[in-house]
Design a protein around this ligand. Structure first.
Ligand SMILES: [Zn+2]
Length: 280
């Protein structure tokens, strides 16, 4: 399995991949560009190519995470910038050899929520027309804090289907968000898996954000807890890790680091829950 954590690009993309290897992580997530701003970034091709080679040689899978303010649901007047940023992010994840670029589903503040969905589809269509690589857009489900969009598998599947090039889109399941939104009740993983498989969600699941939740089921609050120390707990996490749909995709922690300043211990803990050796 490919279990790891979010890792800083302080030492570049290759540096992040090397850190993942040191932590015995089989996967990692990084920010391809500044996570807090909407500014474009020049790709450091040499560093990115070295990252891609290192990951390939060491059997590590990676995903990029788009900047937080990037919102694909914005109205037409702001869309061009969002598309530019998505294309820029995809160029970097492609160069780094990553599976895809994780993008939050989108927040829409206008009166008509259907316009929000239309905006997301238009934004994804424009992005797909401008980017030809194999790195995917990975739509992430939301906790429901300040937004009604992106809380169910059905919506994500429908939006993907309505896009011009659905093959350019996959899904990233955040377990904390799923629990906070009520999509996943913790005890009902197999029902959720069966439903998600039937509607074509799980076949397109390409990454997992494995996070416990500080707040209870259906709280609509997005606060990640370390695995086993939130309301989800170890047993329900085990049911996720046992799923056939997560065996070949990156599973990434977005939780606080341990006492050594890394996720080393928590990665080992998740591997134990998954029943895989820490040497893998
Ligand atoms: Zn997440």
């Amino acid at each position: 399995m490919y279990i790891g954590s979010h890792i800083s690009t302080r030492n570049g993309y290759l540096g992040a991949a090397k850190t993942a290897a040191q932590l015995k992580a089989g996967a990692f997530q990084y920010f391809p560009m500044n996570p807090r701003s909407l500014s474009l970034k020049n790709v450091n091709e040499k560093d990115a190519a070295a990252c891609a080679k290192f990951c390939k040689d060491n059997g590590i899978l990676s995903i990029g995470h788009a900047p937080y303010p990037l919102n694909p649901a914005v109205d037409e007047t702001e869309r061009e910038l969002m598309v530019k940023l998505l294309v820029n992010g995809l160029e970097i994840t492609e160069a780094c050899g990553s599976v895809g670029l994780v993008v939050h589903f989108g927040k829409y503040v206008g009166k008509d929520p259907l316009q929000g969905y239309k905006n997301i589809i238009q934004c994804l269509n424009s992005t797909a027309r401008q980017f030809q690589g194999s790195s995917l857009i990975l739509l992430e489900n939301q906790a429901g804090e300040g937004s009604q969009l992106g809380l169910t598998m059905e919506e994500m599947v429908q939006v993907r289907k309505l896009c011009e090039q659905p093959e350019t889109i996959g899904f990233c399941l955040d377990t904390c968000h799923a629990f906070a939104s009520g999509m996943w009740k913790g005890s009902d993983w197999s029902e959720m898996e069966n439903r998600g498989a039937a509607i074509d969600y799980f076949p397109h699941l390409k990454a997992v954000h494995l996070n416990d939740s500080v707040h209870p089921l259906g709280s609509r609050r997005d606060r990640h807890a370390n695995i086993g120390s939130g309301y989800i707990g170890n047993e329900w996490m085990k049911s996720v890790l046992a799923s056939p749909y997560v065996k070949h995709i990156p599973i990434v922690l977005e939780t606080g680091t341990g006492t050594d300043g890394t996720h080393r211990q928590e990665i080992a803990h998740v591997k134990a829950l998954a029943g895989v050796s820490d040497s893998l």
